[in-house]
Design a binder for this molecule. Structure first.
Ligand SMILES: Nc1ncnc2c1ncn2[C@@H]1O[C@H](COP(=O)(O)OP(=O)(O)OP(=O)(O)O)[C@@H](O)[C@H]1O
Ligand SMILES: [Mg+2]
Length: 433
């Protein structure tokens, strides 16, 4: 007779295409009950926006079909967005599961447009989304949403006063534009005050219970991106670029800064990629081709979407009507939806990477120096010294067995995680739906 073991064994053959792991070991099977041929369980997916949800569900049904002795099968499918940030060390924003910062090297590449439409696309999948316009120098989100005259309330929240964000199509929106008296007021503020404002928007806003908080950053590598990276744990950075070489090489600089701050990179979205002519139905690559692809290869991060040039996008943002709302069936809206799903998938990947790291840390710190040496012996010394350690640090190899996880170099931690869990196969996600 078929047993729970058989069911679980069968289900381990279903692999999440993004995370490259089987659904059982990832804990996606919940509340499993098997009573004389009646099988019931919940399949808990990692985000409602995952591009592979339907595929996983179908694979589960196929796998169960192959089992003999199941007369009735009842599967509930739910999705729970996983937390892609380590909040334990930090009390700030603990109700926000993922913080995604949208950055670019150059200005005017469409960061705000992308941040806004991605927020709307994520919200459409059923996720709870917030949008923080952290461009204090030139807040453009209020204009793009037709919320220019909007004011924010301040609510008494026990002893602390908190900002209550206004909502647009279900997303919570905060922008300095709701406060600035005149359009150019922000320009007079200096670094420390600007950082203070950003911190306040992050920490003193009632962002209750969000799956994704999207932060629209000003271009480049100034005070605001730095404040953000140092104030709260971020799930990852989304880089927006245009196809031109110049935009992409500037983007590399911004990527370098976040890398130094140890902020994970989720991937890159290319905006204004091509123009699809409605007469000839051909794609014209007006600004050239392949800029984002180059960044993706150079920095080993996935290309998560390509957004076409569309006059509707431009007209819409000037009129305060984003294309996700005005033209929900257009190729542009479709492109944003695909990108949003890929980004959600990357957040889930980030969650599992963090989980692996926590497990590796617990394991390492629980081992004796001899046991640690055994693990280290399994890397060939040559591999360690050429790939991980610069030559002059070779003496570190001897001392490594006495170090706690936190004292190990980041490169060594990565090598140990790879040794324990295998090389990460996750990187590229398809950019089509
Ligand atoms: N795919 C697109 N097709 C057509 N127009 C676009 C597209 N993306 C952005 N735009 C237009 O380009 C202009 C700049 O976009 P946006 O303000 O989003 O860029 P940004 O990177 O946020 O700029 P800044 O650096 O000033 O913050 C806007 O007028 C916007 O409507
Ligand atoms: Mg902007």
């Amino acid at each position: 007779m078929v047993g729970i073991d058989d069911v679980l064994n069968k289900l381990t053959t279903v692999i999440d295409p993004d995370l490259k792991k089987d659904i059982v070991s990832m804990g996606m099977i919940k509340d499993l009950e098997l009573n004389s041929g009646n099988l019931k369980f919940t399949l808990e997916l990692t985000t409602p926006a995952c591009p592979f949800n339907e595929e996983i569900e179908q694979d589960v049904r196929k796998a169960i079909d192959q089992l003999d002795g199941i007369d009735n099968f009842d599967m509930k499918v739910t999705a729970k967005v996983t937390e892609g940030r380590s909040v334990s060390q930090d009390e700030f924003l603990k109700d926000v599961k993922n913080v995604i910062a949208v950055a670019s090297g150059k200005g005017g590449v469409g960061k705000s447009t992308v941040a806004l439409n991605l927020s709307l696309a994520l919200a459409k999948t059923g996720a709870k989304v917030g949008l923080l316009d952290a461009d204090i120098y030139g807040p453009s989100i209020p204009l793009m949403l037709g919320m220019k005259g909007t004011e924010m309330d301040v609510e008494m929240d026990q002893e602390k006063r908190k900002l209550v964000p206004p909502e647009y199509e279900g997303i919570k929106v905060v922008s300095f534009g709701f406060f600035a008296q005149t359009e150019h007021q922000a320009a007079i503020y200096r670094g420390p005050i600007i950082s203070g404002i950003v911190k306040q928007f992050l920490v003193d806003t009632l962002w209750t219970d969000l799956d994704y908080l999207i932060v629209d950053l000003p271009p480049g590598t100034g005070d605001i991106p730095l404040t953000l990276a140092q104030t709260i744990p971020i799930t990852g950075i989304l880089v927006v670029t245009t196809p031109q070489e110049v935009a992409s090489s500037v983007a590399s600089k911004a990527i370098g800064m976040f890398d130094k701050l140890n902020v994970p990179m989720l991937g890159v979205v290319e905006n204004m990629s091509y123009f699809e002519c409605s007469k000839c139905n051909e794609k014209h690559y007006i600004f050239g081709k392949g800029g984002a692809e180059k960044i993706s290869e150079k920095h080993n991060m996935p290309l998560l979407g390509t957004i076409p040039l569309n006059s509707g996008i431009m007209a819409g943002s000037d009129l305060g009507k984003p294309v996700m709302i005005t033209q929900p069936d257009s190729p542009s809206a479709e492109a944003f939806t695909v990108a949003a799903k890929n980004i959600a998938a990357q957040c889930s990947i980030q969650h599992y990477k963090m989980k692996e790291e926590a497990e590796a840390e617990a394991k390492w710190d629980g081992l004796s120096p001899e046991e640690r040496q055994k693990i280290l012996d399994e890397f060939t010394l040559e591999e360690l010294s050429t790939q991980v350690l610069p030559e002059h640090e070779e003496e570190d190899e001897v001392e490594m067995q006495n170090k706690t996880w936190a004292e190990l170099k980041h490169e060594i931690q990565v090598a140990i995680i790879q040794h324990l869990f295998g090389k990460p196969k996750v990187q590229t996600t398809p950019t089509t739906s």
